[in-house]
Design a protein around this ligand. Structure first.
Ligand code: UN1
Length: 514
């Protein structure tokens, strides 16, 4: 970090005061300076830059520009839209190091993970480019003679994207890249905790659009807090809202969007468990558990929060886990020697402390104690010790998602019981089993197994690839983003029946004559 010059990174990413105007949502306009958002790095507590918040008038202007751009974009052939997304991916390749560094500095995740996040963006651009030639509909057999029936997929219009601080750029790109090739235009409200990475992405896509003679309204950025999210969710001009964040936020977005019969994709909280059976490869299990629990300082939706370990190997695995935690290096995430960076801010630190206190009050026994770290290199006050508590599965705190590196470990006797424990939480995002036994693995993946949107075997709960549909059940919200056929949620389906006969036969054999 000491040799990383953040000012130079910002410059190379075209983050100049002039460009911060984008963040107000005024396309090539001026910022509303009074109500700024300061972006403070959790790495060292320093101000990175400030952006203006969008005013209601700015917002109306943005949506008007987006709506206007949609008229042009929806008529652009999808493979041409894919070509523009491909070029965006190429620019991301060029800027990978700088953007990954900025993600790491603004959000606090390790540089490796920051670069990985940009790689996810590149990957989704490649995926979307291919997809732009594969937005297939079905052809159906008509029951009437001389009739042809088929379906086609059309764009929805303006897609609102509300993203969270923990994946400040990748989750936006999953949504935006797919939405664009589908013919939609996007209005992005990033987390107010990570506004600068959003400006960097906007600078890149604006350049690509300009080079192709396309209007900026195809990609709009609006910065602000909760009230802006509410404005977006309640806006009938926004056909689809894709929101990532807490279950509390998701519930209010869901109600606002449903009340106007809009569409939503929700990717909310997780409470992800790994079941480690007596047939597991414990070396693989250990690495998966530790990366899942401490990666991104426990701030992924997919972070491993619970380990459900078979009684026969419980003590041995526990010992290995404690030993692994003693080797963790916590510190500046831009220093590649460190495994764990800071939490996002002081509120997150307070939530971590509160969860630890609650766990203790419910009877949890900490085998690795948690604490807020102080002293040299920890001046931002956001660095915490990843910790592990032995718990009973029914503790309330164990059923709650705390965005911090707190790992709960519990014992089981039979696989059915382990699966019951795993499923008995309100959330349903990701899950995993560690076993070399095919019966156990297949049972876990069966309908009576994991109830989550993601279920893995011999892989941890985090680190999903973009090619699969990403999302989960229950309080995770039910939405699916990124790969597989998740694109269908970004389009409207139209069923077309064409009569090329000289009669008008009615369906269901109804006769009607004049
Ligand atoms: C999130 O935490 O919201 O599967 C997204 C993963 C990443 C994405 C996480 N590819 O951990």
């Amino acid at each position: 970090m000491n040799d990383i010059n953040i000012a130079a990174v910002l410059k190379r990413l075209s983050i100049k005061p002039k460009n911060l105007a984008w963040s107000t949502g005024i396309i090539n306009g001026v910022s509303n300076e009074e109500e700024g958002i300061d972006s403070i790095s959790p790495v060292d507590g320093k101000l990175i830059a400030a952006v203006g918040q969008v005013s209601p008038e700015d917002y109306a202007n943005v949506v008007a520009q987006a709506t206007k751009a949609f008229m042009q974009w929806r008529d652009t052939p999808s493979p041409q839209r894919g070509e523009i997304v491909r070029q965006f991916g190429e620019e991301l390749r060029k800027h990978k190091q700088d953007l990954g560094t900025l993600v790491s500095y603004e959000m606090g995740k390790s540089l490796q993970e920051g670069l990985g996040e940009v790689q996810e963006m590149i990957d989704i651009c490649d995926f979307a480019t291919g997809l732009s030639r594969q937005l297939y509909g079905l052809t159906m057999q008509s029951e009437r003679q001389g009739h042809r029936m088929y379906e086609q997929w059309h764009p929805l219009g303006v897609v609102g994207i509300i993203s969270a601080f923990n994946f400040p750029v990748a989750v936006w790109s999953w949504n935006a890249a797919i939405a664009w090739v589908c013919g939609n235009v996007c209005v992005w409200k990033p987390s107010e905790k990570t506004p600068i990475t959003a400006v960097a992405c906007q600078a890149i896509i604006v350049g690509v659009l300009a080079k192709n003679g396309m209007p900026e309204g195809i990609s709009c950025l609006v910065q602000g807090g909760r009230s802006l999210g509410e404005r977006l969710a309640g806006d009938h001009q926004v056909a689809l809202i894709s929101a990532t964040g807490s279950t509390r936020m998701g519930k209010s977005v869901a109600v606002a969007v449903a009340s106007r019969l809009g569409k939503s994709i929700l990717e909310l909280g997780g409470n992800n468990a790994i079941i480690i059976t007596q047939h597991a490869d414990l070396d693989v299990a250990l690495l998966a558990a530790v990366f899942g629990a401490v990666g991104t300082a426990g701030q992924r939706c997919t972070s491993t929060r619970r380990l459900i370990v078979h009684e026969a190997i419980y003590e041995r695995f526990k010992e290995q886990l404690v030993n692994a935690y003693s080797q963790l290096r916590i510190g500046n995430p831009l220093d590649e020697n460190n495994h764990v960076g800071p939490l996002i801010d002081h509120d997150a630190v307070a939530n971590y402390m509160e969860a630890i206190a609650r766990c203790k009050s419910e009877g949890g026994h900490f085998i690795v104690e948690g604490e807020v770290l102080g002293g040299e290199g920890y001046d931002s006050g956001c660095y915490v010790q990843p910790c592990i508590a032995e718990v009973m599965p029914e503790f309330q705190v164990v059923k709650t998602e705390t965005f911090a590196p707190i790992l709960y470990i519990m014992k089981y006797e039979t696989l059915d019981k382990a699966i019951r424990i795993q499923n008995n939480v309100p959330q349903g995002l990701s899950s995993a089993i560690m076993t070399l036994n095919i019966r156990e693995a297949e049972h876990f993946l069966s309908a009576s197994g994991s109830d989550c949107g993601i279920a893995n075997v011999n892989i941890g709960t985090s680190g999903a690839e973009i090619g699969g549909a990403f999302g989960g059940e229950k309080e995770t919200g039910g939405g699916r983003e990124s790969g597989s056929d998740a694109w269908k949620a970004y389009m409207r389906r139209q069923t077309n029946t064409i009569n090329y006969s000289d009669k008008l036969p009615l369906a269901q054999g109804i006769t009607f004559g004049l």
